[in-house]
Ligand binder design. Sequence first.
Ligand SMILES: [Zn+2]
Length: 132
Amino acid sequence: MTESGLTIRDKPNFYVTEHFMYSDFICPCCDTIKLVPGFYRHVSMLEQLRKRAGFPIYVTSGYRCKAHNAKIAGEPRSWHLLFATDIKPENSDQEKLRILYEGAIDLGFTGIGRYNTFIHLDLRPNAVRWRV
Ligand SMILES: [Zn+2]
C-alpha cells in the first residue's frame, strides 16, 4: 500500500508486452524500476516464453532497489538490483516449472536458477545455471 491507500495495481499502468505490465516488474517497496539495457529484451523473451508455454506466468520478483533487496535478505550483488525476474506457474506446478525452465534455456536467458517453487532469470554476460 502507498500513502494514498492505493496499491500499484490500482494506478495507471501500461502493458510492456501482450501479457506483462510494468507493475509486474517494479520494486514492491518503492514502485520503481531501472530501465537498464536488457530490460526490454528480457521482457520480450519472457513474452515469448509465455506464448510458447500457453499458460500464465506469474512474476514474483523483478527489479529490487538496494533497500528492498537487503530487507528480504537477497544476495548483496543480486541481479535483481539491475534486472532479473523470478517466475512461476500457478501453484508452482512442477511439470509447468520444467517447461518454463527448458523454454528459458532455448530462448537464451543466461542466468537461470531452478528452485522448488520458482525460476530465476536474468541476462548476465556469462551463462550460469544452478539448481537449488
Ligand atoms: Zn524499493
